[in-house]
Each structure stands twice: as structure tokens, then as C-alpha cells.
Design a binder for this molecule. Structure first.
Ligand SMILES: O=P(O)(O)OC[C@H]1O[C@](O)(CO)[C@@H](O)[C@@H]1O
Length: 449
């Protein structure tokens, strides 16, 4: 069994002696507080033992539901926002063929995402596209009341029923929501949709290994048992009784906090595989919503490399020295493509002839790492043997535990998100939602000076 590895050696020159060691005890205590449920936000730590609690029967039930959707749909729209879509998107893109949506030969349905914005153009273009499609919908919302998702679902439900008939719509609409509360639950029960429950004690951004992520991933044709197996194995090697020297989640939490305390306020997650773009987005929510509160928190930023070396590279190399970089480094490519010979050699690249493209990518990665270190950017490497379901499962769980520990080191409750309510309050007041009369009056007065 191989594991993803953590290389923190290129943070050492940037930290005072013993800075990480000083946090070792605290990181292990934070890991223990997750275990014994004494941490802040302890009513939301159901994700901690989630992987090892997933049974073969549960995976079979998800695969069975996915089969119904796959057999009856050429397109599946996943309606959800934040933790109710980012994890599924991250895994589907990481494991998929970058051009599957263009070359689709009908083996797998196309997976589209909605309910993550309120753009009229986006929704109009999507509903127009869906007119020709045998589509189904997975409606995902823990609260069951999120405006973006509810709005998209109302449109999609109506279109699906009109296009495919009520009976078929009932077959190809699935709800993933709270067991009892919220409009998504009420609708699912009333219409008789197949539904899955998001456990009360698992917050949205930690929910990718619940049906929230597993069902869309299975619908896309990927092996969720392997994904879960990877997470289960990572659960074991990041457990509360694993010593610091072997516990990469505790190490990651400690080193990023040591860097934060030394003035590095921004963490840039970088990848050298465009397929990991949405993994960056998932990670940004995980760490941003968990740690950014009370005037504190490492700002999670992300880049795709080498792409963004030609846009953000200058800043990273030479801008304000308040950043550190965490690179997801994939050791082995899934395909083999050799650099071809060119008789004329007009581009002068014959010196690369016969080399694998991945070797060139690796040299770009190493060269960039050294340049950034020379430029004053501490570097953490997360090394994945390959980009497959098993290691993606490991990566997800590694980041989740790292986050649960790290938030405690920053001394915030990593499992709430009170700040996201403020925009909603203003939006509802501006839209004159019933029940918001006072807020509407106040916001209008404010806008009218
Ligand atoms: O699943 P829900 O309840 O629709 O919430 C979606 C997202 O919105 C938030 O609650 C923030 O408003 C996130 O924490 C969550 O992932």
C-alpha cells in the first residue's frame, strides 16, 4: 500500500529553528480533540470517521441509484453550491478525460453543474441546451433552502417534468439533503424522489464522501469504492494515535501555522495538472470557510501551473513576501506521449526529442520550485503517486483532517461559517423577502443616503 507523501524540507530555511516542533504538541492535541469531541464545533465532526463507516451495502445503494440515472439520462445536472458541488466536481474532473464532454461516445452521461450562481445567462443557456437532452437532476442542499440551488432546481424540475413526463422525472430526479428539514426534503418526500440524507454532523465542505459527492461521481462512471478505500487508508495513518513524525495531516497543519505565525498570510495551492483545477476550488472552500473568521486565517489562493506562471508567476516570484506555496505533485502520468522529431527544428526543440512530455513538466515543476524558493517563497510538496480514485480519496481525507487540526491551531471554530450569512441578509432585504421588512427598510435608507 502506497501513500501520498509530504515534503516540508523547503520550509526549513524560512522558519526559525524549532518553529514546527513547537506546534507539534498542539497539533497532536488538536487531533485528539477531534477524536474525543472536545474541539470547538464538535457537533460537526461526523466526517472524521466517515470513510471507515461507509459499508459495501451503502456503496452498492449509491451505485444502484447511479445506474438508474445512467440508464435513463444522457446528461445529469448536479444542482448545488459550495460543499454541495465542489467536491463532486473536483473528483470528476481529476479522474476524467479532459475532452470527454467533446468526445462523448455515450458510455457515460455528461455531468453539468447548476445552482452555483444566479446568472440569468448561464441558466438560460443551460435550459436551452437541455431541450434536446434526456436529462436528470441531482438536487443537493444540506439546508435545503439555499437560494442559488433552489432557483436552479425550480427551473430544472419544471423542464424535466415537461420534457420527460412526470413519471420519468420522478425516476431521474434525486435529492440529497437533510433528513427532515428544508424545502428540498419537503419536495422530495411529496414527489416521491429517491433521496439520500446528509448527516447532521457533517458540514457541507466536509461532505464529499457522503452521497453529496459519491452519487455524482458514481454517475460520471468512476469507482467510488476505490475513492472511499483511499480515504479509509488515510483515516488510519492520520489517526489520533499516529505519532507526529508519521502523521502527515498533523505535520501539514503545524507547518502552515508556523509559516502563518512568521508572517506568511497567504497559501497558494499549485498543481501541474489542469485536471486538478477544481480540486483547488474545493480546497479553497475547505480551508477558507474553516479558518477565515474572527479577523484571522490563512488566505487560500490557488494556481494551475505552468499555465499561471505566465500570469501570476511574476507576482509569486517577486511580489510581497507574504506567501507560501503548497504544490500537489503527481509522480506518474496516466498516458505516455513522447516529444516528436522535427526535421527542420524551426522551434529549436529537437533537444527534447524522445522525452516524455511529463518529464518536461517535471523539470518545469522542479525549476519553478527552486526559483520560488530563491525568491523567498517557502514550499510544501504533497506527492501523489498517480491521479486515480484511490489516491484522490487519500488526498481528500488528508486535507480534511489537516483542516480540522489547523483551524484549531489558528484558534477558531473550523466547523462553522457565520460570515456567509451577511450577504444573504442583504440580498433578501433588497429582494423584499417576506420576513425581512425591517432589514429592507434599513438597507433602502442606507442606499438612499
Ligand atoms: O448545502 P447547502 O445548505 O445548500 O449549502 C451550500 C453551501 O452554502 C454554505 O452554507 C455557505 O452559505 C456552505 O457552507 C455550503 O457548502
Amino acid at each position: 500500500m502506497e501513500f501520498i507523501k509530504l515534503d516540508m524540507s523547503a520550509t526549513v530555511p524560512f522558519l526559525s529553528a524549532g518553529a514546527v516542533e513547537k506546534l507539534e504538541e498542539k497539533a497532536l492535541a488538536a487531533r485528539m480533540a477531534l477524536e474525543d469531541g472536545t474541539c470547538k464545533g464538535n457537533d460537526f465532526i461526523g466526517w472524521l470517521h466517515l470513510p471507515t463507516s461507509i459499508s459495501a451495502e451503502f456503496i452498492a445503494e449509491i451505485n444502484e441509484t447511479a445506474k438508474v440515472l445512467r440508464e435513463n439520462c444522457d446528461t445529469i445536472v448536479v444542482a448545488g453550491i459550495g460543499g454541495s458541488y465542489l467536491g463532486a466536481r473536483a473528483v470528476i474532473e481529476a479522474l476524467g478525460n479532459s475532452f470527454a464532454w467533446l468526445a462523448n461516445k455515450g458510455e457515460n452521461p455528461n455531468i453539468l453543474f447548476a445552482g452555483n450562481n444566479i446568472s440569468e445567462d448561464y441558466l438560460a443557456e443551460m435550459t436551452t441546451y437541455l431541450k434536446g437532452q434526456k436529462f436528470g437532476v441531482i438536487n443537493i442542499s444540506k439546508s435545503g433552502t439555499t437560494t442559488e440551488t433552489a432557483l436552479a432546481f425550480r427551473l430544472l424540475k419544471k423542464q424535466c417534468e415537461e420534457q420527460r413526463g412526470k413519471d420519468m422525472a420522478r425516476k431521474v430526479i434525486v435529492a440529497i439533503t437533510d433528513a427532515k428539514r428544508g424545502a428540498a426534503r419537503t419536495t422530495a418526500d411529496k414527489e416521491g424522489y429517491k433521496s439520500f440524507v446528509i448527516p447532521d454532523n457533517v458540514g457541507g465542505r466536509f461532505s464529499v464522501l457522503t452521497p453529496v459527492g459519491l452519487l455524482p461521481i458514481a454517475c460520471a462512471g468512476f469507482d467510488i469504492a476505490e475513492l472511499v478505500r483511499g480515504a479509509q487508508d488515510m483515516e488510519k495513518v492520520t489517526a489520533h494515535d499516529v505519532p507526529f513524525a508519521e502523521n502527515i495531516a498533523a505535520q501539514y497543519a503545524a507547518v502552515r501555522n508556523a509559516l502563518y505565525q512568521s508572517g506568511k498570510k497567504i497559501e497558494i495551492l499549485a498543481n501541474y495538472q489542469p485536471k486538478l483545477h477544481s480540486m483547488n476550488e474545493w480546497w479553497k472552500q475547505l480551508y477558507g470557510e474553516s479558518e477565515g473568521k474572527g479577523g484571522k486565517g490563512i488566505f487560500p489562493a490557488a494556481v494551475d501551473l505552468t499555465t499561471d506562471l505566465h500570469s501570476m508567476g511574476q507576482w509569486i516570484q517577486d511580489g510581497e513576501r507574504t506567501i507560501f506555496e503548497t504544490v500537489i505533485s503527481v509522480e506518474n502520468a496516466e498516458h505516455e506521449l513522447l516529444f516528436p522529431h522535427d526535421e527542420e527544428n524551426l522551434d529549436g526543440l529537437n533537444f527534447l526529442e524522445g522525452k516524455r512530455v511529463d518529464e518536461v513538466n517535471k523539470m518545469a515543476e522542479l525549476g519553478t520550485r527552486l526559483a520560488h524558493i530563491d525568491g523567498g517563497v517557502p514550499n510544501i510538496r504533497i506527492i501523489m503517486p498517480r491521479l486515480n480514485a484511490y489516491y484522490v480519496g487519500q488526498l481528500i481525507y488528508f486535507f480534511e483532517v489537516g483542516c480540522g487540526i489547523s483551524g484549531q491551531l489558528i484558534d477558531v471554530n473550523p466547523f462553522d461559517q457565520p460570515g456567509v450569512e451577511d450577504y444573504k441578509r442583504n440580498m433578501f432585504a433588497l429582494l423584499e423577502k417576506p420576513g425581512y421588512e425591517e432589514e429592507t427598510k434599513a438597507i433602502k435608507a442606507r442606499l438612499n443616503g
